[in-house]
Design a protein around this ligand. Structure first.
Ligand SMILES: Nc1ncnc2c1ncn2[C@@H]1O[C@H](COP(=O)(O)OP(=O)(O)O)[C@@H](O)[C@H]1O
Ligand SMILES: [Mg+2]
Length: 124
């Protein structure tokens, strides 16, 4: 399996001076289901935020499918689907409406047949 996420010597120090990530080196392979576990404050959200382009790294490099998250940010963001813990577009909205809306955020045309097939596969 080829690497899909490659993290090299990644560090994050927040503006107040707190170092949240120190020399992270990690490779996730395509198709792999990878669980990032750690106690509160371990830096999980910081790491995921950097990969997705929501938080700026202090140093080091992250590649997604071989593309650099800073130099090729449009490409890497188009490859990533983030399902955040708390944030939803509208918590009272239906699954159908939410996924239809999020397709638009990726510049994809409506495709109700495709959405229906995916939701059925996932029993949603
Ligand atoms: N914006 C921020 N400014 C300063 N420190 C932060 C900020 N965000 C997170 N931290 C600190 O960085 C550390 C890692 O936080 P976080 O990535 O949220 O960990 P986790 O998701 O594993 O609980 C914690 O000590 C947290 O207090
Ligand atoms: Mg967190």
């Amino acid at each position: 399996m080829k690497p899909i996420i490659t993290i090299s010597n990644l560090q994050k120090t927040y503006s107040g001076g707190f170092q949240a990530l120190q020399e992270i080196n990690l490779e996730v392979k395509e198709g792999e289901i990878f669980a990032l576990l750690g106690p509160n404050g371990a830096g999980k959200t910081t790491l995921i935020g950097i990969i997705c382009g929501l938080i700026n790294p202090s140093s080091g490099q992250v590649l997604v499918d071989g593309y650099d998250i800073i130099k090729d940010y449009r490409k890497t963001r188009s490859l990533i689907g983030l399902v955040p813990q708390e944030l939803t577009t509208d918590m009272f909205e239906s699954v159908w409406a939410s996924v239809s809306f999020s397709r638009g955020l990726f510049g994809k045309a409506p495709n109700p047949d495709y959405i229906e097939s995916i939701l059925k596969k996932l029993s949603l």
